[in-house]
Design a protein around this ligand. Sequence first.
Ligand code: HEC
Ligand code: HEC
Length: 191
Amino acid sequence: MKHRSSIASGLALSAALLGLSGAAFGDDDGYDFFARMWVGSKAPGVAPVTDTRYLEECGGCHFPYQPGLLPARSWTKLMTDLEQHFGENAELPADDAERISDFLVNNAADQANYKRSRKIMRSLRPGETPLAVSETPYFIKKHDELSRKMVQDNPRVESISRCEACHTRAETGSFGEEEILIPGFGAWEDD
Ligand code: HEC
Ligand code: HEC
């Protein structure tokens, strides 16, 4: 009996591995297990958020922007002035702020081996310290074909900072073109 169950669990394991590798090759911008293991090659997208405190504290008002979307220097600056945060007071108790700041800095775009993080970093001048993802040159260039009607005047979007309104897999760190659905306008077709 012991022998049989080890064969069974061996089979289950291979099936799980096959499933994972299938996902890895079928999806070219998603986060997946194997992407993290590809030594020397860049994983697609940006790393998904793993810190629950960050999700709770910073994800309450808006999409929890992945740390890999801004350089460490931007996160440090943003975290030192939470009292005046885009017109809101987002102040946190010191221990929470410290923990979240560490998480952001340690996983920032300049620390990450992810494709989008690299591209964001490459678009910045040395020392340039944007306080918003939507102010980075890479982001601006990627979104320059969107109209007012699709964003500001669209009641289901309203702000370009609402990544999740259009990027259906934003939470996983994936922003691939084929996953974009603009509310009221449908799938994005580049021309
Ligand atoms: C009280 C509400 C509130 C909390 C809490 C909050 N924010 Fe914000 N945040 C805002 C508002 C409002 C904006 C501006 C969004 C817009 O323009 O649509 C913003 C924007 C941002 C942006 C720029 C988005 C862009 O356009 O690229 C970043 C980055 C950001 N917040 C990070 C954080 C972090 C990190 C925390 C946690 C420490 C946090 N926020 C907590 C209200 C909040
Ligand atoms: C109103 C809808 C909308 C919102 C909101 C939005 N995006 Fe986009 N995003 C797009 C479109 C459209 C493109 C262009 C796709 C193309 O043609 O390559 C794009 C492209 C991108 C790309 C490049 C993808 C690629 O494959 O080249 C990234 C990364 C990205 N967005 C991240 C974000 C982040 C982060 C936010 C929030 C701060 C955000 N977007 C908010 C619609 C949106």
